[in-house]
Design a protein around this ligand. Structure first.
Ligand SMILES: Nc1ncnc2c1ncn2[C@@H]1O[C@H](COP(=O)(O)OP(=O)(O)OP(=O)(O)O)[C@@H](O)[C@H]1O
Length: 284
C-alpha cells in the first residue's frame, strides 16, 4: 500500500511553551482511516497544523502523495480540512459560500457540494452565522468533500454533534475511502467513533507517539489485565506496552496474550480502555 501521507521525525516547539512535538513519525496508507488519539494538549492539532501548513515545523519531513509538502498550491488542493474552530465568512449562505469556493479550488464540484448540503440537511439560504456548531462542522466537511481532496485531516470533526449527525459523518468517512483511493487522519476524544471506522490507530502523549498499531491487531492480539504486583512481576516485560498503577492493582496493556501465566484471563476491552492506560500510566 502506498502512503498518502508520511511524517518523518517532525518536531515543533512554540515560543514560551514547554510543549514539544517530538520526532513524530507515521504514515497514512492509501485507502485507510487513521484514528489520532490523545488527551487534551497531547499535540494532535499541532501535528495536523504542521501537515496542512498552518504551522511551521522546526524539523522533519512531511510527504503527501510521495512528494515533500512545501506548500505547493497543487498539493494544498488535494487536502480537505475540517478543524474544530473553523469559521467561514458569516454573512454568506451556503450557496454563496459555494460560489466563493469555486473561485478558490480548481477542482471545485458544485454538484457534489449540493449533494453534501442535502445529505447533511444544511439549509441553502440561511446565513452561516446562524449555524449551530454541529451544522458548521458538517458544512466544513461538505466543503472538504467537494474539491476532490485525496487526504482528509479531520480534527474533532464529530465533537458536539448529536448521535445521528455523528453517524452520518462516520458513514461519509467510510464511503470516501472506499470509493476512491483516499486517506483520512481523524482525531477525536470520542474513541467509540474511531473504534467504529478506523483501520489504524495512533496514540500521542506529551508530543510523542506512544503507540501506532492496526486496529485489528490491537483488538485481537493485545490484551488488558488488572493484576496484583506479584502477578505483574511474572509478566514477560518485553510484552508490556504500558501499565497504570491504581491502589493495590495494576492495569496492564500487553502486546500479545500468548504465553501469559494461567492466572491471567483475557478480558474484553475497548480503545477507550487502551487510551486510559496509555495516557494515565507508564508507557514502557
Ligand atoms: N500557539 C501556541 N502557542 C503556545 N503554545 C501552544 C500554541 N498552540 C498550542 N500550544 C500548546 O501545545 C500543546 C499541544 O496543543 P494541541 O492543541 O496540539 O493539543 P491537542 O492534542 O490538539 O489538544 P486538544 O485535544 O485539547 O485539542 C499544548 O500544551 C498547548 O498549550
Amino acid at each position: 500500500m502506498t502512503a498518502i501521507l508520511e511524517l518523518q521525525n517532525v518536531c515543533k516547539q512554540y515560543e514560551g511553551s514547554s510543549f514539544k512535538l517530538n520526532e513524530v513519525s507515521f504514515t497514512i496508507p492509501n485507502g485507510s482511516i487513521v484514528g489520532f488519539i490523545g488527551s487534551n494538549g497531547a499535540g494532535k492539532t499541532t501535528t495536523m497544523g504542521t501537515i496542512i501548513g498552518t504551522l511551521k515545523k522546526d524539523s522533519g519531513t512531511i510527504h503527501v502523495f510521495g512528494e515533500e509538502f512545501l506548500q505547493q498550491p497543487a498539493l494544498k488542493e488535494e487536502i480537505g480540512v475540517v478543524f474544530d474552530n473553523m469559521t467561514f465568512s458569516n454573512n454568506l449562505n451556503t450557496i454563496q459560500l459555494g460560489k466563493v469556493m469555486r473561485l478558490l479550488y480548481k477542482s471545485w464540484d458544485q454538484e457534489m457540494y449540493r449533494h453534501y448540503l442535502k445529505l447533511f440537511s444544511l439549509p441553502a439560504k440561511e446565513k452561516i452565522k446562524g449555524f449551530s456548531r454541529g451544522m458548521s462542522m458538517k458544512l466544513s466537511l461538505a466543503v472538504a468533500l467537494s474539491h476532490d481532496a485525496k487526504l482528509f485531516i479531520l480534527d474533532e470533526a464529530t465533537a458536539g454533534l448529536d448521535p445521528a449527525g455523528r453517524a452520518e459523518i462516520l458513514e461519509v468517512c467510510v464511503a470516501i475511502v472506499k470509493e476512491k483511493k483516499r486517506g483520512i487522519l481523524m482525531s477525536s476524544h470520542i474513541t467509540s467513533d474511531i473504534e467504529k471506522i478506523a483501520d489504524k490507530l495512533i496514540f500521542i502523549k506529551d508530543g510523542e507517539i506512544v503507540l501506532n498499531v492496526m486496529k485489528e491487531t490491537l483488538l485481537q492480539k493485545h490484551g488488558i489485565f488488572s493484576c496484583t504486583r506479584n502477578d505483574f512481576e511474572q509478566l514477560n516485560k518485553a510484552n508490556i506496552v504500558a501499565y497504570f498503577e491504581r491502589d493495590d492493582l495494576i492495569d496492564v496493556l500487553v502486546s500479545t496474550t500468548d504465553g501469559l501465566p494461567a492466572t491471567f484471563t483475557k478480558q474484553p476491552f475497548s480503545i477507550d480502555d487502551v487510551s486510559l492506560i496509555l495516557m494515565r500510566g507508564v508507557v514502557v
